[in-house]
Design a protein around this ligand. Structure first.
Ligand SMILES: Cc1cc2nc3c(=O)[nH]c(=O)nc-3n(C[C@H](O)[C@H](O)[C@H](O)COP(=O)(O)OP(=O)(O)OC[C@H]3O[C@@H](n4cnc5c(N)ncnc54)[C@H](O)[C@@H]3O)c2cc1C
Length: 394
């Protein structure tokens, strides 16, 4: 066995610190739990107490460099925090966006001033940063985005619109993916801007969603939003690398969140299958009930190994291999999340559809990871092209 293979194998055996981190995250998530999240969603409120406490415990900033107030660990550690919160019924969607996307991009590409301004707050949770790439007329085809930045003296002027942007109501700043005015045509050559949520000319309109979650989605309109020169992240010409430095973490943390959701739903189903008796013995005695749950358990563990691999590759700086693994992890995690919630509803029978048990309420959310941040079909396109070498289809 080569050294590299040894390291890769060892990484799957979590260290005592990583196990302890899982425990801290799980116990925090359990203290709040699914009921808290549900009440917040129904009241149209955010999970600010949970977010603040996670920040104080250092959970939100585990991947941020120590010199900026973070834990100095990696995407692997952030992922296991998200998995455990989510498995306790209290996953935080804004972790996918604030520390994972924004934290990664700013840590690697931000100017010293940007790092000092934003990273300590992102690490502590006192600053929440949203991320806006999706546009109504571009959708999965980011090359078609038309949000434009032009120079005006020392300032940047941003115009355009975005859709489905999560958590704008709880965010202080939004990382906006834009084009420079002289790059309106052709492939995506993005420029990333930090736009405060109270910037003049920015309007956010809530999009009513069937997904029941405290993180709400917004349509954004940029009507000549003026930003200072230092709102541009890093260098103009490095933005494609910046964007990818954020998208792999997004996929890894979204995978971890989906694996956690799958664990949560499976736990609910198994508890019910163990206790509920209608014929002889508990319903879980019947293989028609038990086997689909066992199948979910296997698929869940496979998805988990895949996100662990993606995170380990990302933390090792293996960008290309991390991209492939992150896409595959997101696919597997999205599939098992949908399957787990579906099977939980079935296992609970009529109770699966009651408000009291709350399982059917997870159905829409369980479909989200098949769609966002990158859809199942776009992942299959990626794998066909990059992993299998087949011709690009679009
Ligand atoms: C709850 C929620 C939160 C979100 N949060 C954010 C956020 O914070 N920031 C942000 O920027 N965006 C966010 N999004 C947007 C999300 O990333 C997009 O919805 C997603 O990328 C898909 O884009 P679309 O909805 O425009 O679908 P479309 O691109 O219109 O695709 C529609 C369908 O067609 C399929 N399709 C499209 N092209 C192809 C092709 N070439 N081959 C095969 N199939 C294809 C897709 O897979 C999909 O099934 C969020 C979305 C949701 C629902």
């Amino acid at each position: 066995m080569t050294t590299t293979e040894t390291d890769a194998v060892l990484h799957l055996v979590e260290t005592d610190e990583q196990k302890a981190l899982r425990e801290v995250a799980h116990s925090l998530g359990s203290r709040y739990g699914f009921e808290y999240v549900r009440e917040k969603s129904e009241a149209g409120e955010t999970t600010s107490e949970l977010w603040a406490e996670a920040g104080k415990l250092g959970l939100l900033g585990v991947n941020i460099p120590e010199e900026y107030g973070g834990g100095g660990a990696g995407m692997y550690e952030l992922a296991l925090v998200e998995e455990e919160l989510s498995a306790a019924g209290a996953g935080l969607l804004m972790m996918v966006v604030s520390p994972a996307i924004n934290g990664s991009i700013l840590s690697r590409f931000g100017t010293d001033e940007q790092k000092r301004t934003w990273l300590p707050g992102i690490a502590s949770g006192e600053i929440t940063a949203a991320f806006a790439i999706t546009e109504p007329d571009a959708g999965s085809n980011s090359h078609k985005i038309t949000t434009t930045a032009r120079r005006s003296g020392d300032e940047w002027v941003i115009s355009g619109q975005k859709t489905f942007i999560s958590g704008v109501d709880q965010a202080d700043v939004i990382l906006v993916v834009s084009r420079l005015e002289d790059q309106k045509e052709g492939g995506l050559k993005p420029a990333l801007f930090l736009m405060p949520t109270d910037a003049a000319g920015l309007t956010a309109t809530h999009i009513p969603m069937e997904v029941k979650a405290p993180e709400r989605q917004y349509q954004l309109f940029f009507d000549d939003v003026r930003l200072p020169a230092d709102a541009l992240v890093g260098e103009e010409d490095a933005a494609i690398a910046q964007l990818f430095a954020g998208l792999n973490p997004e996929r890894i943390i979204a995978s971890a969140m989906s694996v956690g959701q799958a664990r949560y739903a499976l736990g609910r189903a198994v508890d019910y299958a163990r206790d509920r008796v209608v014929f002889k013995g508990a319903i879980g005695t019947h293989q028609g009930v038990a086997h689909p749950l066992a199948q979910v358990k296997i698929e869940l563990e496979l998805a988990k190994v895949m996100y662990q691999k993606a995170a380990a590759l990302y933390d090792a700086g293996e960008e290309g291999a991390a991209a492939e693994a992150a896409n595959m992890a997101k696919y597997a995690a999205g599939e098992v999340c949908a399957r787990s919630v579906d099977q939980a509803v079935q296992t609970l029978g009529g109770n699966g559809l009651t408000v009291e048990y709350g399982v059917a309420g997870l159905l829409a959310a369980s479909r989200l990871p098949r769609i966002a941040p990158v859809s199942r079909e776009m992942i299959l396109n990626f794998v066909s092209q990059h992993s299998l070498g087949l011709p690009k289809s679009y």
